[in-house]
Design a protein around this ligand. Structure first.
Ligand SMILES: Nc1ncnc2c1ncn2[C@@H]1O[C@H](COP(=O)(O)OP(=O)(O)O)[C@@H](O)[C@H]1O
Ligand SMILES: [Mg+2]
Length: 417
């Protein structure tokens, strides 16, 4: 069993930097969990504490139910894969992959068996006798993973292992990593700053910001029910649009006009009557009004706006429209814009809204056009602390991850007396 539990883990570096603050996270045996967040948010520090490469200032780390705070890295049964993987240039792939086993004095026959097994999983069998210089970037990255796999650890820790690869290869390797993790079923914690990578890889994704865990959830729940402004703005590309809005009973006064609030937000709205909030809508929650009519889309709200720019992506068109009304202003949004790169947070100091329309749209830049927005998809946030209002928090928190669900099936509860 190699479940991992972080209980109130904190890291204070000697210079006083609090890189990780009170981190609580449970990772089930066999689970694939992604730690994601902007650069400097404490991902590597958290991973290095799990590996034992960094002392834990406060809190307890449990692996397989045992507190391992004081256990040396080599005694934690963990293998780590880093962004910069240095392969030995004078050694063949076979020698590179088997090197740790050789150091551990594993007999040659067993070493070869393990290396060949790993090579098969990694699709490297035909390259075992080559030197690294004669391999492609993706193949080299697979050799680096092979070095970890041959050790047959209980836990894999990966720190941005794909970020040195070019964009196309990264997408390929993403699929590979996922396939390998599923095949081996080894508990894996994977760190990345790339939200797309996080969303496509993991069973569960843990979003961090400035040393603090923001939300741990399935990719779908993170996307559909973000816990706060930060998660809402960080997950998704193009990012969610934010704008100021005023709650007025069951309605919301927005720069697009007065819209009905969806039922799921009404209880929260009732307790915030008259309050100014930050509203959020993802680009795909908008459509060309004409197309929305053709598709017979129900409910929603229509408005007119000036199109400043269109970008055809082939399967969809991004239309940037000018927001007529107040720009959403909050310290939270300003910080998020700084954390994630200002241009990625529409409404974070800009007055442009990104809409994602069907490719058949005929809207043109420089013209006014009619748009439709799906009011069911509205999000509202408290402008002071950024929390998402009216989110089904309890439901989300109680939902077991796929790995937990599998575990429960495998271990039926004892019948009650
Ligand atoms: N050895 C160190 N001493 C002091 N501060 C550090 C040290 N290592 C990292 N930090 C700081 O801790 C924070 C988190 O760093 P890190 O865990 O590397 O972030 P990430 O991997 O998310 O980019 C950053 O502010 C970084 O500057
Ligand atoms: Mg890092």
């Amino acid at each position: 069993m190699a479940d991992i539990e972080l209980q109130g883990i904190t890291k204070r570096y000697p210079d006083g930097t609090e890189a990780v603050k009170d981190l609580n996270l449970k990772i089930a045996d066999g689970e694939f969990v992604i730690l994601v967040g902007p650069s400097g948010c404490g991902k590597s520090t958290a991973l290095r504490m799990i590996a034992g490469l960094e002392d834990i200032s406060d809190g307890e780390l449990l692996i397989g139910g045992q507190v391992v705070n004081e256990r040396a890295p080599k005694d934690r049964d963990i293998a780590m894969v880093f962004q910069s993987y240095a392969l030995y240039p004078h050694m063949t792939v076979r020698q590179n992959m088997g090197f740790a086993l050789e150091l551990a004095k594993v007999p040659e026959a067993e070493r070869n068996r393990k290396v060949e097994e790993a090579a098969e999983i990694l699709d490297l069998t035909q390259h075992l006798d080559r030197k690294p210089a004669n391999l492609s970037g993706g193949q080299r990255q697979r050799v680096a993973m092979g070095r970890a796999i041959v050790r047959d650890p209980s836990v894999f820790l990966m720190d941005e292992p794909l970020s040195n690869l070019d964009a196309k290869l990264r997408v390929q390797m993403r699929t590979e990593v996922s396939r390998i993790q599923q095949r081996l079923g080894t508990t894996t914690v994977y760190v990345t700053h790339d939200q797309t990578e996080a969303m496509t890889l993991g069973d569960r994704v843990a979003v961090m910001r400035a040393g603090r865990l923001q939300q741990v959830d399935s990719p779908r729940n993170l996307y559909e029910q973000p816990a706060n402004l930060f998660v809402a703005g960080f997950i998704g590309s193009p990012a969610m649009n934010f704008f100021s809005a005023d709650i007025d009973g069951d309605r919301l006064a927005t720069p697009f006009g007065d819209v009905p609030l969806p039922h799921r937000l009404r209880a929260a709205a009732a307790s915030a009557h008259g309050k100014r909030v930050i509203a959020g809508l993802r680009p795909e929650s908008f459509e060309d009004a004409e197309i929305a009519h053709q598709q017979n889309r129900q409910g929603g709200h229509e408005f007119e706006a000036e199109v400043e720019l269109t970008e055809s992506m082939g399967s969809e068109v991004y239309a940037y429209i000018r927001l007529e009304g107040d720009v959403a202003e909050s310290d939270e949004l300003a910080e998020i814009a700084a954390d994630t790169g200002a241009s990625e947070v529409p409404g974070g100091g800009t007055s442009q809204v990104v809409t994602r329309l069907s490719p058949e749209t005929s809207v043109r830049h420089g013209e006014r056009a009619r748009f439709w927005l799906d009011t069911d998809k509205l999000h509202i946030f408290d402008p002071d602390d950024g929390t998402s209002l009216g989110r089904e928090q309890d439901v989300v928190a109680a939902a077991p991850s796929p790995a937990e669900a599998r575990q429960e099936e495998a271990a039926p509860r004892a019948p009650s007396a």
